[in-house]
Design a protein around this ligand. Structure first.
Ligand code: NAD
Ligand code: UFG
Length: 332
């Protein structure tokens, strides 16, 4: 299939492009490079020995989108392009609503105009709000605590409503849990623009000496060791989930959690990193981070049952691959 991948130069998008190319699909990337760089495209080609078609466009630009849909026969779209920093979305809500919601509207409009019937959307576990774990796709969504999460919930609703009036559409709403790690080649991975907010890139930066220590945000949560629990998933497993969704999608709207189903505490992840890579991580317990929930992990049985997909890589592989990428590429 010819797949249009918006945000394909980014972290999850680039790994998904590799998985798509390896599965025999052709890839057209649309990315404005606001949080990525051109070099990633060469690395995708280096890993797969296959070329991608690239358009440096903003997916809030309707005519630029239309140009791509007019030039290529597109069989399906995976829409990754989005701003994703939760705290920034609280400070600059309009930029997030504009970028993340308008892009979904315009891409959906282009799909309708050009009869593209397969749409895979990058959603997030954040849409579950304060539901009880494990999160199941059938749960009623609760309000999220930030504009970023709202943009995901709104985009899900737009796609669901559009699929109702286009009954021959196949839409997958993929709710990711916590993607970490990097491609085993060490060529592509996550390259945060500034000091990262997320746990794994902070651990690797402490390991490298770029940050003096890791602050663990709170050890008084009602969890086994008092630190927050998340469902970390290797980005290559996540990427394969997209290929499975594209291949197996039937008509209608289908929601899938993409996680491992395993909860891991902050301290457990630190220890796994230390043991796997034989490196000491200096950390200090500090106050809770506002907005954090105690536990977030998935029920992944639906994706396994319907897509035949499960995450294969364990915590050790996540820690090993994240560290390999940090050592090789992410800065000095
Ligand atoms: P990323 O920032 O690495 O990738 C996003 C890409 O989209 C970047 O290459 C950026 O340049 C591009 N982009 C953003 N706005 C654009 C626009 N208007 N026009 C064109 N390109 C644009 O982020 P990621 O971690 O790869 O996330 C991919 C998707 O997954 C996002 O939709 C994100 O919200 C979602 N998601 C990510 C996580 C996570 O923890 N990484 C968790 C849940 C959901
Ligand atoms: N944490 C620390 N120290 C740090 C960074 C994080 O202790 O320096 C802790 C956090 O408090 C949290 C856990 O590590 O308990 C994971 O934090 P991340 O920032 O890595 O991930 P979150 O679960 O907070 O957020 C992720 C994505 C969001 C998404 C959210 C909901 O980054 O985009 O999951 O699923 F919205």
């Amino acid at each position: 299939m010819n797949i249009l991948v918006t945000g394909g130069a980014g972290y999850i998008g680039s790994h998904t492009c590799v998985a798509l190319l390896e599965a025999g699909h052709r890839v057209i990337i649309a990315d404005n490079l606001c949080n990525s760089n051109l070099e990633t495209l060469n690395k995708i080609t280096k890993i797969t020995s296959k070329e991608v078609i690239f358009y440096q466009i903003d997916v809030t630009d309707e005519s630029a989108i239309d140009n791509i849909f007019s030039k290529h026969t597109i069989d399906g779209i995976i829409h990754f392009a989005s701003l994703k920093a939760v705290s920034e979305s609280v400070e600059r809500p309009l930029i997030y609503y504009y970028n993340n919601v308008i892009s979904t509207i315009l891409l959906t409009k282009a799909c309708e105009k050009h009869s593209v019937k397969r749409f895979v959307f990058s959603s997030s576990a954040t849409v579950y709000g304060k539901n009880k774990v494990p999160y199941v796709e059938t749960m009623k969504l609760l309000p999220t605590t930030n504009p970023y999460g709202e943009t995901k919930a709104i985009s899900e609703r737009i796609l669901t409503d559009m699929a109702k009036v286009n009954p021959d559409w196949s839409v997958a709403l993929l709710r990711y849990f916590n993607p970490v790690g990097a491609h085993e080649s060490g060529l592509i991975g996550e390259t945060p623009n500034s000091i990262p907010n997320n746990l794994m890139p902070r651990i690797t930066q402490v390991a490298k000496g770029k940050l003096p220590r890791l602050y663990v945000f709170g050890n008084d949560y009602p969890t086994t060791d008092g630190t927050c629990v998340r469902d970390y998933i290797h980005v290559c497993d996540l990427a394969k989930g997209h290929v499975a969704a594209l291949n197996k999608l039937s008509k209608g709207v289908h929601i899938y959690n993409l996680g491992t189903g395993q909860g891991t505490s902050v301290l457990r992840l630190i220890h796994a990193f230390q043991e796997t890579n034989n490196i000491k991580i200096h950390y200090e317990i500090t106050a809770r981070r506002p907005g954090d929930i105690a536990e977030c992990y998935a029920d992944v049985s639906k994706a396994e049952r319907e897509l035949g997909w499960t995450a294969k890589r364990d915590l050790s592989a996540m820690c090993r691959d994240a560290w390999r990428f940090e050592k090789k590429h992410a800065g000095p």
